[in-house]
Design a protein around this ligand. Structure first.
Ligand SMILES: C[S@@+](CC[C@H](N)C(=O)[O-])C[C@H]1O[C@@H](n2cnc3c(N)ncnc32)[C@H](O)[C@@H]1O
Length: 236
């Protein structure tokens, strides 16, 4: 079912290019010094926003190069840090973790509301973690349009939405919002092919641990398996 999504007032609408709606199911609003998305329906979970913690307080960054995501992306001691295209940025948890490890990250998000949350989160993070923030570039577009022939990154990272997969790496509340916000999100078959054409080192695909591979035509070259997710790595 399609949810009505809109900005709470004209200034939020103008700044983020989202329509102003008085009776939105999901409302984009400024609150407590941040931009947040709030589900107005009875019984809905509390709001979500992009939260980029300072490196020192981020459990994932403390895990450093041992982080499964980092290993899947080939971040290793003694090796140059890869430039990464995160083609499905979402709320930027993975992009921020990679930027925190020193990678230069371009994070692409096509949904205007998610993209607005990301922009606001990064603006706030610049004060707390300027070095990490400087390594993260946000692009609001469809990644298929960004991965044009002749553009290259060491690593292209994909964590797309799969409506029927069940388990996911996102926390429960965020996933509820994503399902409501992006109800028709589906696998874009072109994404992996484009990623392969643009990755000079590897394509890394995050999947629910028991989900089928994104590409039934080819097995991953390497898989890094965690408790609830796995990373399928396709070497270039
Ligand atoms: C599961 S979330 C990603 C979560 C993210 N890895 C994180 O750490 O927060 C998937 C996101 O990818 C976005 N997305 C899916 N296909 C896309 C595409 N072709 N271009 C850009 N963004 C896309 C969706 O809008 C959604 O926000």
């Amino acid at each position: 079912m399609t949810r009505r999504v809109g900005a709470a007032n004209a200034s939020v609408a103008a700044e983020y290019g989202v329509p102003c709606l008085a009776d939105a199911d999901l409302v984009l609003e400024q609150s407590r010094g941040r931009l947040q998305l709030r589900d107005t329906r009875p019984g809905a979970p509390g709001p979500i926003w992009a939260d980029f913690p300072a490196p020192a307080s981020d459990r994932r960054l403390r895990a450093g190069r041992g982080l499964l995501l980092a290993r899947a992306c080939g971040v290793r001691k003694g090796r140059p840090l890869p430039c990464v295209l995160d083609a499905t940025a979402g709320l930027g948890h993975d992009a921020w973790a990679l930027a925190g490890l020193g990678c230069l990250v371009t994070a692409v998000e096509r949904d205007p509301v998610v993209s607005a949350l990301l922009r606001d989160g990064l603006a706030r993070a610049r004060a707390e973690a300027p070095d990490t923030a400087a390594r993260l570039e946000l692009v609001h577009d469809d990644a298929v349009r960004v991965m044009t022939p002749g553009r290259f990154w060491d690593v292209v990272y994909l964590d797309p939405m799969f409506p029927d997969v069940g388990a996911t790496a996102l926390p429960g509340k965020e996933m509820q919002y994503f399902r409501a916000l992006l109800p028709h999100a589906r696998d874009d078959a072109g994404l992996l092919d484009r990623a392969r054409a643009c990755a000079t080192g590897r394509v890394v695909v995050k999947r629910a641990r028991l989900a089928p591979p994104l590409d039934p035509r080819r097995d991953a070259d390497v898989t890094f398996e965690g408790k609830s997710v796995r990373f399928d790595v396709y070497l270039a």
